[in-house]
Design a protein around this ligand. Structure first.
Ligand SMILES: Nc1ncnc2c1ncn2[C@@H]1O[C@H](COP(=O)(O)OP(=O)(O)OP(=O)(O)O)[C@@H](O)[C@H]1O
Ligand SMILES: [Mg+2]
Length: 340
């Protein structure tokens, strides 16, 4: 059998939310390709559409939200047009998602055993005893101590770090080929965050699933991702292999993001510092480039015409791309990029 070139291909995805002030374009014309075993890191300011992109890929958008265009090809099949029962068979099985807050994703009224056995049974059809054995095995693999005892507990009896490990175990229990992790460590304290990130990194190496990893933290993105996508106002403004993004950002917004991270790799919890100005209102986007009002490079064309994403190894959507990336970011950050 030939190896597929891509496990996921997102083509011109558009998702909007109805709001009293008009339709809010949360995801606008987003396209990218993810290869088997690859990790795509998505980064961007709050409200830029990262979570809506992830949820759209899993077809988890509910009213007032609506996917209004595009295709999400998972192993060649369009998730957006498959019958719902087929999508449900894929979710939690071949493709799974790790959410930011495990308390809202785990069911508080069922034991861990019940939740894990249900998922494993539903996706693999194996008997309860085999599903239970798989649950113990995967809990051990994600570093949950005394897995057999944990199975009898309810989510509220566990610490935040353990709950997140159990969420990861649930996501991986059926050997997914694609895992979407949407800020999986934001709700945890810093030392636990580092442990969970190391765990995800190791599991990805061992199990070789493809991953979409969303974060506010450039250091984390740099360590986990093969390819980085920068999102601004619902659109991808730059996508490139990680080294290239850090060494030579072409979009002024990417360069501003890099400047806003005081230290890239030595500390794992460096949230982005604010960039001057505010992101635009997604219900009333300006006609040209959405970043133009905040952009030091802007000229008249930027305010009038939306730049298109240039398609090659290093994609960017800008009328005036930067030429010499490292000169636009502090020397210290450029050195760190060399280490990535
Ligand atoms: N259920 C909803 N109803 C209305 N608008 C929504 C809903 N969910 C998301 N949005 C809007 O869609 C836009 C993108 O939201 P999204 O949650 O994807 O941002 P994000 O990049 O994940 O931000 P954060 O970093 O804060 O998680 C935001 O403007 C948000 O207000
Ligand atoms: Mg989000």
């Amino acid at each position: 059998m030939s190896i597929p070139a891509s496990i996921l291909e997102v083509r011109r995805l558009r998702t909007s939310f109805e709001s009293p002030t008009g339709d809010l374009r949360a995801v606008d014309d987003v396209s990218f390709v993810l290869r088997p075993g690859e990790c795509l890191g998505i980064i961007g300011e709050s409200g830029s559409g990262k979570s809506v992109t992830c949820r759209s890929i899993m077809r988890l958008i509910t009213p007032p939200g609506r996917i209004i265009g595009g295709e999400v090809l998972f192993e060649g099949r369009n998730i957006l047009t498959l019958p719902m029962h087929e999508v449900e068979a894929l979710r939690g099985g071949a493709m799974s998602m790790i959410f930011q807050d495990p308390l809202t994703s785990l069911n508080p009224v069922f034991t861990i055993e019940r939740q894990m056995v249900d998922v494993i049974h539903r996706h693999t059809g194996c008997r309860s005893s085999a599903a239970r054995a798989r649950a113990v095995e995967i809990l051990g693999q994600v570093g949950v101590p005394m897995p057999t005892e944990r199975l009898r507990q309810y989510p509220f009896q566990l610490s935040g770090g353990l709950r997140q490990r159990i969420m990861i175990a649930l996501a991986l229990a059926c050997r997914p080929r694609l895992v979407i992790a949407d800020e999986p460590t934001t709700a945890l304290d810093v030392s636990i965050q580092a442990q969970i990130l190391d765990l995800l990194h190791d599991l990805k190496e061992q199990l070789n699933f493809a991953m979409i990893f969303v974060s506010h933290d450039l250091g984390v993105i740099a360590q986990l991702s093969d390819v980085v996508a920068i999102m601004y106002a619902g659109r991808l403004v730059e996508i490139a292999p990680t080294r290239q993004i850090f060494r030579q950002p072409r979009h002024p917004y990417t360069a501003a993001l890099l400047r806003s991270a005081p230290n890239l790799t030595s500390h794992r919890s460096n949230p982005l510092l604010p960039i001057e100005g505010n992101p635009p209102n997604l219900a009333a986007l300006p006609p040209g480039c959405s970043f133009a009002p905040r952009c030091p490079q802007r000229t008249a064309i930027c305010l009038e015409q939306m730049p298109i994403l240039v398609h090659n190894d290093h994609m960017f959507a800008c009328h005036h791309p930067l030429q010499d990336g490292p000169s636009h970011i502090p020397a210290q950050t450029a050195e760190e990029a060399e280490a990535v």
